[in-house]
Design a protein around this ligand. Structure first.
Ligand code: ATP
Ligand code: MG
Ligand code: MG
Length: 549
């Protein structure tokens, strides 16, 4: 993609490298393995891995797995798969849970320095004593506990002597700080719950703020990039590093990606999965990386999208149509054109020998230099065309089929509509046409000029397929900011299934992960639900910007 100016993080990094503050750039991508990754994570992945690709150094993949209740190995595996698929390689695969012993030691250091204490207040008491931004908090009796007693209690917390919630460990900072997070934040809690990696080894777990910065520091992360919600946490991040006298990682914040017509938190996406509103994390309507992959998005199109939106310092909402633009533009360049009829209408050619058929040649991709080569398309006297390509009482600008009208069949002949057959209810069920033998594409000597070209498939040779057409998952641009539950705004028509479409036989060789342009219908890809007996295609995106019809 084209040259663009430096974003603010690149500016900081160039400064830091120039001044010699760091010699090697080290970043990390730190997902919590509590769900599948989404397009917002893709943004953070492209940013973190992109920086070390550009400036040298390396990026770690660190699973931020300090909350035993929500984390699963299934998520670890899917997250790794998605990062690799996007085209990035991490240097080290690391787990915050691998630092539990070290983090415990850090907590002990703070206690010994008189900078942490064990508190037996209830959650309600802590909240009540925390004050408000303008009123300082009130110290409870635990705040003056002796270092010896704190050490003893903290060790017994670890030994499993107490039930959940009986004690917590708090940093002793400043109960009157204007930053509420500095008012003696909780750094350890008791939680008797097995962890996906450490099993039952631990029954106390560090809080996010006590784990994240120290994990960065342990790994010598130079630039720890996170989203804007963490601006207020930066003071605490720096405080722990300073008091523990460890490697000074620095935190930088950018605006998270928000996308129209979807939601983007793992918690909400999980609700859609658990309540069977979608068919799984990889449902093609989901903004997950696995959903986008199944929908037919390519790694390149997602990276291109992330690059185009850039890095912002203020919250914003990006148009879904920009993401669609990126895949449409790529598929226009790369995908083979094929013919598929989604809403079939029979067309019979009365002057074409019913026992005969012929093979026509079709260009695969006019956008490519060699036109993408040619493929063979069978033609016969019985065809399927789209219902919408016929109009019984055509308007003035109608160039497709109508009684008495001529149209070109793509890659084949010009036909004329001679007769319209209807069923008892007056519905058009068949068109009887005649073809012009001298009008074959590529060797047309008919001298006829017709304005309309339509696609078709030979009924005798066609294969059937199920086609899934998707629309936006929500009816409003920002379901998160509407009143009530975000699920009140689900689009009831986000999935339309065409049970029996007709496709040209070459599509029997379609492969998963390859995009096809169904001429005049959009871009499609084979779905994983396909079997040799029944192919299933997903619509990736429409041919032009706009809603699905
Ligand atoms: P979610 O609520 O969707 O689970 P999260 O921030 O809790 O988001 P993490 O697994 O902790 O998810 O995120 C890993 C990294 O991805 C973090 O550095 C986080 O800042 C970043 N990230 C998450 N969501 C977005 C987003 N929408 N835009 C940009 N970066 C994001
Ligand atoms: Mg998080
Ligand atoms: Mg989260």
């Amino acid at each position: 993609s084209e040259e663009r100016s430096l974003n603010f993080i690149e500016e900081i990094i160039e400064q830091d490298l120039k001044s010699g503050k760091y010699s090697t750039l080290v970043t990390r991508f730190p997902p919590e393995p509590n769900g599948y990754l989404h397009i917002g994570h893709a943004k953070a992945i492209c940013l973190n891995f992109g920086l070390t690709k550009k400036y040298g150094g390396y990026t770690n993949l660190r699973f931020d797995d300090t909350n035993p209740v929500t984390e699963k190995t299934e998520y670890v595996n899917s997250q790794q798969e998605d990062i690799k698929w996007l085209g990035f390689e991490w240097k080290n695969e690391l787990y915050a849970s691998d630092y539990f012993e070290q983090l415990f030691e850090y907590a002990v250091i703070l206690i010994k320095k008189g900078l942490a204490y064990v508190d037996d207040s209830t959650a309600d008491e802590i909240a009540a004593n925390k004050g408000t931004p303008t009123i300082p908090g009130t110290p409870g009796p635990s705040r003056s506990r002796s270092i010896e007693e704190n050490l003893d209690l903290f060790n017994r917390m670890r030994q499993g002597e107490f039930e959940d919630g009986k004690y917590i460990l708090r940093a002793k900072i400043d109960l009157s700080s204007s930053n509420m997070l500095m008012r003696d934040p909780i750094i350890y809690r008791i939680k008797h719950a097995p962890h996906h990696r450490t099993g039952n080894k631990w029954c106390i777990y560090p809080m996010y703020d006590f784990a994240h910065g120290q994990s960065d520091s342990i790994e010598n992360i130079t630039h720890s990039i996170c989203t804007l919600e963490y601006v207020a946490h930066r003071e605490l991040y720096d405080w722990f590093i300073e008091k523990l006298e460890i490697f000074p990682s620095k935190q930088y914040e950018f605006a998270r990606l928000n996308l129209t017509y979807t939601v983007m938190s793992k918690r909400k996406l999980m609700q859609l999965v658990n309540e069977n509103i979608v068919a799984g994390w990889d449902d093609p309507r989901m903004p997950t990386i696995s959903g986008l992959r199944r929908r037919g998005y390519t790694p390149h199109s997602i990276r291109e999208f992330c690059d185009r939106i850039g890095i912002a310092k203020r919250e914003n909402l990006i148009e879904l149509s920009l993401l669609e633009f990126c895949i449409r533009e790529e598929l226009n360049r790369t995908s083979d054109r094929v013919m598929a009829v989604l809403e079939p209408l029979k067309l019979t050619i009365t002057n074409y020998d019913a026992d005969k058929s012929e093979i026509l040649l079709a260009e695969n991709n006019p956008e490519k230099e060699d036109k993408g080569g040619v493929r063979e398309v069978p033609f016969s006297n019985e065809l399927w065309i789209e219902q919408e390509d016929f109009m019984e009482e055509p308007s003035k600008k109608w160039f497709r089929l109508a009684p008495g009208a001529l149209v070109r069949l793509k890659n084949a002949y010009i036909v004329k509509c001679d007769e319209v057959i209807k069923d008892q209810d007056g519905k058009v069920i068949e068109l009887k046409c005649s073809y012009i033998p001298e009008s074959r594409s590529g060797s047309d000597t008919s001298g006829l000029h017709v304005k309309g070209t339509i696609h078709w498939v030979s009924a005798k040779h066609a294969k059937t397929a199920e086609i899934r057409i998707y629309d936006r998952l929500f009816t409003v641009p920002s379901p998160d900011s509407e009143e009530g539950d975000f699920k009140d705004y689900l689009n009831p028509d986000s999935l339309k299934i065409i049970k029996q479409a007709f496709i040209e036989p070459s599509l029997m060789n379609a492969n998963e992960g390859v995009g096809y342009q169904f001429m005049r219908k959009g871009y499609f890809c084979l779905d994983k639900d396909s079997t040799p007996e029944k192919l299933v295609f997903n619509q990736t995106v429409t041919l032009k910007e706009g809603f699905t019809k």
